[in-house]
Design a protein around this ligand. Sequence first.
Ligand code: SF4
Length: 224
Amino acid sequence: MIDFDDLIHNFLKRELNEKKIGKYYPSECGNCIRKSWYSYKTPKETDKDLIKIFQAGNLIHEFIVDVLKSEKNPEITLIGSEVPFKIELDELIVSGRIDNIIKVELDNKIFLVEVKSASSINFVDVPSESHVMQLQLYMHQQNIYDGLILYIEKNTLKTKVFEVKYSFNIIEEALNRFKALHRYLVLDELPDPEARIERDMNWQCKNCSYKEECYKATPKNILP
Ligand code: SF4
């Protein structure tokens, strides 16, 4: 019998990518700082099930791009779906290509749309703070002041959308997070287990590859 799980795994397998301290990725700005820190200090191959989840998210993104560029939706103009990103701060650089962002025009207004797939949208009443932070950073770099976070339920393609207005305070916070990560890395100091402390970030622990190290370094009973 053909093992399709294996075939998919082989197809999606990625090389282990060592990250260089001083170069950061825009998609990381809302990530738990401790998780990002580990990814620089002790890089690991992404778990094969997680890679499949990411790929499912990519397929949803491609589907939305098709929906937005379709002639059946003439009121929307798709301007771009792969946005290059670069911001230089004192001794670090944040750069990369933003894949999950779409630029659209509606009624002569340009929106940046961040697409997020979710297993259920029933309980999504507000957008996640880390998703808002990411979008704000992208809006800042693209000089676009209107954003949308679009959540799509994987099994049903039902959607929920939230409008996000440009906020310089949130952008400053996002940039400060990169500076903080950089400081922790240069000083070789482990940051607090942020996603275990901040309720809104708890979901990030679920698929974290560094859970074991994190709990070993900071057992539950000594959480700050
Ligand atoms: S387990 Fe949670 S708190 Fe710890 S590094 Fe991973 S995401 Fe961060």
